[in-house]
Design a protein around this ligand. Sequence first.
Ligand code: F0G
Length: 424
Amino acid sequence: MLVRCGACGHRFPVEYRGSACPCGGLLDVRHCPERTAAALRTVFDRRAGAASLARGRVGGEVAASGVWRFRELLLPGDGATLAHPEGDTPIYRREAVSRFAGVADLGLKHEGQNPTGSFKDRGMTVAVSHAARHGATAVACASTGNTSASMAAYAARAGLPALVLVPAGRVAAGKLAQAVAYGARTLMVRGDFDDCLRLCREAADELGVTLLNSINPWRIEGQKTIVLEMLQQRGWQPPDWIAVPAGNLGNTSAFGKALVEARDLGLIDRLPRIAAIQAAGASPFERSYRTDFRKRYSVRAETVATAIRIGDPASHDRAVRSIRDTRGVVARVTDIEILAAKAIIDAAGIGCEPASAASVAGVRKLVRAGTIRPGESVVAVLTGHVLKDAEIVMKYHSTKGRGRHSPTEIPAELRAVARFVRAS
Ligand code: F0G
């Protein structure tokens, strides 16, 4: 295994806790597993089988983790492995969502079912374990909410102090409550996410604190397991497409890396195409895609999907590589399209937060545009839990329209219940 700069190729020791090279490029982890693809598949599948037995057993967190089952491709070696445990998330299939999206073979990989309610736990278990193994004394992140919730939980697990910077007034209450509850020192910055990240990078350098945003290469390693686990769940048969909401572009980067590594190792024989979906009000990557990535943009972001309200994505370059490597596409969806998709996913009894629904809204759009064919297989990733952003649910249902139903207050009398039931 080696760590090197994705821009200039400079090498770093595995113990290095920084995220960027002096040249400004972000760091990349390269693995050289000694086992063959068949041997790796066997060991991954054996661990998956053992996972359910290990769940709940004292000290069974690592064995039960849907992340650490792939450890040879993440962070090999000895030392603390801090799991909660995470991953092992289901792939749902729901007729109503398939019909809405316009593809019969649609799987919904629900990352909201991780311990803190988002996919961030997969990256955080690896990044916090790496930080703890190599002498970190404190950790920090900027966040639109989920990263801070996850980092706070894993920092608590590691016994490390945690510093969180979030945009004031722009983070869903559930996420902020988690960061506070898990014990992070939380700063509400008068600015947007992009300001928070800039400030956090400067503060981390200045104060010698380990930065745990997705520019940290170990976060990317952990998040690769969304794709690895999905491939495993499908018997190592890749779908035609993987749709993912795109904000700071950590996932888009991780997915491309996971797929290329899996193909190069021989775990899969062809690459699915990545569809990265942005909110229209926060779509600098989509804009850049339309120039064939000749130009890079930064915008003032605005969207109801606060998790992806990001105007200057930090992992732009590595996400470009992912889209190119997988012959992927980038699309954007409006807030109305996001909320319509969310309502369908919610009403199927699954639920997700607004940003997550961008993946399904994007599939629908790409099917209508003829980019995804109705007969192709698609896995859309739902990135966060429905309870992360309860405010948006209540707001959506408080306005009139089909499928909307806000709660009705009644006196504590049977007559009132009966009247309500008859009327509805
Ligand atoms: N979906 C959810 C629910 C998110 O929280 C995020 C990012 C994304 C999608 C976008 O993923 O950044 O890898 O492209 N949330 C970060 C945070 C920025 O601070 O919680 P990405």
